[in-house]
Design a protein around this ligand. Structure first.
Ligand code: GLC
Length: 603
């Protein structure tokens, strides 16, 4: 039967990619082409569904898993099951499974959880970010996935945005330098690699995804999925620039943004998705929509869906993250092609791009999980890398009420120390959103080291560590015995719109905890947050030292390494630290610039 004989070009790994693409495309029916453009959520995926609709891709959204605390091998079993259903189709086109591995393979229990992007921005270390990409790729491949929806290269304009922690910086040049995650995930392309053409080095790599194109971080007041009002020149200078660095590294996919530019929804904007990204910038991979983004093109949500499909596919979206109601999507797109409202040429262009990435990624040759990589998941080497990144991400904002008498490094042989605060022993808080659950969780959610674990592992045996999540009256009354206190407070986990916040005060009475302790015991404050937060004057004045720890992830030992002096502080603010939210959005280039701590600050 056609497509089965081994001689066909597309099945030949030695044949040039473009020849394989054209050969396969020429064999495909309209339904097989539309199936490749369809990405569905694992929760609604069946093997029959994949086979019957020729589905091209499956994903899991944040918090969607095979079962609670599933290990990498369980994920591999699930994904390989989907893959075998795809390979059973007439042409045997493998799926690409996509996952939000945005700070390690963070959905998976036991995976190494690296600092979120805001902390990596503070490191200013493109090489550590590249190595994190390479480590993440191994852990993602071990779980059977082929594709990580990372890096987010949004330019952080207003920290009231719920996705601030997914940004490397407010400064575009800093972001451009730190797009090296692409080369980590996909491998480093050779110098002669054509700009904009997808690249993937080999079996230990995964497809990357630069997101969210474009201007997602520039919306008014930081409103998630909102409207970015800037001139075209500023859009290019501030928000498009990092995509040039990603294209130069051969990024294979780009995710469109839910947001709008000057009132124009990105998901239906032909000028930005096709004329700018594909024609002017020369992007040859494929554009994936965001989750149910087509439904959000109309009011009320999902109304006139057929028209949303028409606008979005014609604008340049190549694969649609439907991801739930995929039969109506497929039916609508089929109708649109048969009626001529979506040209066949547009379908062919989209499918060419998708097939190109699948051939480049070696998905035809290595469709299934590589279980030989399972020992890399959460391995010592990866955790040491996470620990290094944590060390380099910490920003020292204050060190001693009297600069002549630095408070840090702490004495690890102190007789008695108090460790307290909502964030001192909470791995979930330390990891933040996009960790196991979509919005993140509290508690011992995976394998890792909390700040308290790290302190206990670092101080001498003769040091007594007293831990209370909330300092008790008795403790505060009998303070004379303490050499110093470490108070850990900060934000509770969030994701996307749930993180939009106009007040930006420290939750869970964090400021009160700090002042209650700091007015009695010399105190180091460790602040866990995905962005700058309001620092009350009392917090600033009464604490001896203040460290921005951001969202460090599972390797908390990196914090002890620095506060006890085994390593220097090197972190620099990747974002201006405002005095009050009335200053927002704060712009470093404006002459009214008057932050509490300026962009680039760090003792
Ligand atoms: C989410 C996010 C996007 C993520 C996608 C899949 O809504 O906007 O960053 O990759 O959906 O989870």
């Amino acid at each position: 039967m056609e497509g089965k004989e081994e001689s066909c070009v597309y099945k030949n790994p030695e044949a040039p990619v473009e020849a394989r693409v054209q050969d396969l495309l020429s064999r495909m029916t309209l339904m097989e082409k539309i199936g490749q453009m369809t990405q569905i959520e694992r929760a609604v995926t069946t093997h029959a569904g994949i086979t019957d609709f020729f589905i091209g891709s499956v994903l899991n959204g944040g918090g969607s898993w095979p079962f609670e605390d599933a290990m990498s091998s369980d994920w591999a079993d699930m994904i390989d099951g989907f893959q075998n259903a795809a390979l059973a189709t007439r042409l045997g086109i493998p799926i690409m499974y996509g996952i939000d591995a945005v700070h390690g393979n963070n959905n998976v229990y036991g995976a190494t959880i690296f600092p979120h992007n805001i902390g990596l921005g503070a490191t200013r270390d493109a090489d550590v970010i590249r190595r994190i990409g390479a480590a993440t790729a191994l852990e993602v491949r071990a779980s059977g996935a082929h594709w990580a929806f990372a890096p987010c290269v949004a330019t952080l304009t207003d920290p009231r945005w719920g996705r601030s922690y997914e940004c490397y910086s407010e400064d575009t040049n800093t972001i451009c330098e730190l797009t090296s995650l692409v080369s980590g995930l996909q491998g480093e392309p050779p110098k002669e690699h054509p700009n904009g053409y997808p690249f993937l080095a080999g079996r230990n790599n995964v497809v990357a995804c630069a997101k969210h194109f474009v201007g997602d971080g520039g919306t008014e007041n930081g409103t998630n999925e909102g409207n970015t009002i800037v001139s075209y020149e500023d859009l290019e200078r501030i928000h498009v620039a990092p995509y040039l660095n990603c294209l130069a590294q051969g990024v294979s996919t780009v995710m469109a943004s839910y947001s709008s530019w000057n009132g124009r929804k990105l998901h239906s904007d032909y000028f930005l998705l096709t004329e700018l990204l594909k024609q002017k910038l020369g992007f040859k991979g494929f554009v994936i929509s965001d989750y149910e983004a087509l439904d959000r093109l109309s009011e009320p949500f999902g109304s006139n869906y057929r028209n949303c499909v028409k606008m979005s596919v014609n604008a340049g979206v190549d694969m649609v993250m439907v991801p739930l109601k995929y039969e109506p999507f497929i039916q609508d797109l089929k109708d649109l092609v048969e009626s001529g409202e979506v040209p066949m040429a547009r379908i062919d262009d989209a499918v060419e791009r998708i097939l190109r990435v699948k051939f480049v990624a070696g998905t035809f040759e290595h469709p299934l999980a590589d279980r030989s990589l399972l020992p890399t998941v959460g391995c010592k080497e990866h955790r040491e890398l996470g620990r290094e990144a944590v060390r380099k991400s910490l920003v020292l904002l204050k060190n001693g009420k009297d600069v002549a008498k630095p408070f840090l490094p702490l004495d690890r042989k102190a007789k008695r120390v108090l460790v307290t605060g909502t964030h001192a022993d909470d791995l979930g808080y330390q990891c933040g959103g996009w960790t196991k659950a979509w919005y993140g969780l509290s508690g011992r959610i995976t394998i890792g080291t909390t700040l308290l674990d790290a302190i206990r592992a670092t101080v001498g045996e003769e040091t007594e560590v007293v831990y209370e999540k909330i300092p008790s009256e008795e403790t505060l009354a009998s303070v004379q015995g303490f050499s110093y206190a470490i108070v850990a407070v900060g934000e509770t986990p969030y994701a996307e719109t749930f993180g939009d916040n106009l007040e930006l005060t420290i939750p869970l009475n964090g400021s009160d905890i700090v002042t209650a302790v700091a007015e009695k015991i010399p105190t180091l404050v460790m602040l866990f947050s995905g962005r700058p937060v309001v620092l009350e004057p009392a917090v600033l004045e009464k604490s001896e030292a203040l460290v921005a720890a951001w969202l460090p992830g599972s390797e908390g030992q990196g914090m002890a390494d620095v506060i006890f002096g085994d390593y220097e502080f090197v972190g620099k603010l990747p974002v201006s630290w405002f005095k009050g939210v009335d200053q927002l959005p704060i712009k470093a280039e404006s002459n009214a610039y008057d932050p509490l701590f300026p962009f680039g600050f760090g003792l």
